[in-house]
Design a binder for this molecule. Structure first.
Ligand SMILES: C[S@@+](CC[C@H](N)C(=O)[O-])C[C@H]1O[C@@H](n2cnc3c(N)ncnc32)[C@H](O)[C@@H]1O
Length: 274
């Protein structure tokens, strides 16, 4: 992939520089993600200096380190200790994980109600895809689903995926957390419902209008998309903007939509046309 004005060597150098930078070294950012964004930014910029600046801005938004992270090595140790202590300790550990990241922290006070309402709209699923999952799989003890319900989680943050697989192991689930850029390589596993929480607006910033093709590609009949109702600071109302994002993406598709507002999040239950 060599764009006019930018050599293959410059592209490889930029990939290595971002992957090895102190900010992203621990995350093991997928090469496919960086190549995808470099290719997109090469359409708008010709000089490597400008491409680099634009790519860094996009990566910052995709990884969103400002939303919070645990110390992953320490968390794996704590998980093992909790596992030896039993169920109550595992639940305490999960709450600590959910509390570290802004997306799950905001959902924490209403997590049981959130899934009750979601499943009353979708029906109780036998299989779930949790897309761009973040730390959301740690909500499993409160989700109200049996261990027989298959749960597939996807994220491009490698230590996060490893920790989730360690957790799945400890609660007798299959290690079905995948380190994958779902925009470059959408999941192919069929499921009853897909969760896509608090990420569609970032997908749209990464690649304007990409949600439509992404949602169409998913091998599920129902997609539970959630978006925040306000900005991260809580100062700006985002309701209308985020409703527009969803309805524009599914325009002319004849899908049904049910909206559920839960605290600072709006949930759109999208049902694909049969
Ligand atoms: C804002 S957090 C939301 C986490 C979770 N969905 C929730 O609401 O609790 C976004 C997560 O998506 C992941 N992510 C962003 N883009 C992705 C992509 N293209 N493929 C896989 N994961 C992605 C990030 O690493 C991060 O963990």
């Amino acid at each position: 992939m060599s764009k006019e004005g930018v050599s293959e060597e410059e592209i490889q150098k930029l990939v290595a520089e971002i992957q090895g930078s102190p900010k992203y070294r621990g995350i093991d950012l997928p090469t496919e993600t960086l190549l995808d964004i470099i290719a997109l930014e090469s359409i708008h910029h010709k000089k490597i200096k400008d491409i680099k600046q634009a790519v860094k801005k996009k990566i910052h938004n995709i990884v969103a380190p400002y939303l919070g992270d645990p110390d992953y090595e320490q968390a794996e140790i704590e998980l093992q200790t909790a596992f030896q202590q039993g169920e109550a300790a595992i639940k305490e550990f999960c709450k600590r994980m959910l509390n570290v990241h802004a997306s799950t922290r905001e959902r924490l006070p209403i997590m049981e109600k959130f899934y009750e309402q979601l499943f009353s709209a979708t029906g109780q699923p036998n299989s779930i895809l949790d897309l761009a999952c973040g730390l959301n799989p740690f909500v499993l003890p409160w989700m109200g689903i049996p261990v027989s319900t298959q749960y597939f989680a996807y994220d491009l943050h490698h230590p996060r995926v490893n920790l989730i697989n360690a957790f799945f192991r400890s609660v007798n689930r299959e290690e079905n957390a995948f380190y994958q850029d779902i925009l470059v390589q959408p999941p192919e596993i069929e499921a009853d419902v897909a969760f896509f929480f608090k990420e569609a607006h970032r997908f749209d910033q990464r690649q304007r209008g990409c949600n439509r093709a992404f949602w169409l590609s998913l091998p599920v009949k129902k997609i539970a998309v959630s978006l925040p109702t306000t900005s991260l600071t809580g100062k700006h109302d985002k309701m209308e903007q985020h409703q527009r994002l969803v309805y524009d993406a599914i325009q002319d598709l004849n899908w049904s939509v049910q909206e559920i507002v839960l605290s600072s999040e709006i949930l759109f239950i999208l049902q694909k046309a049969v």
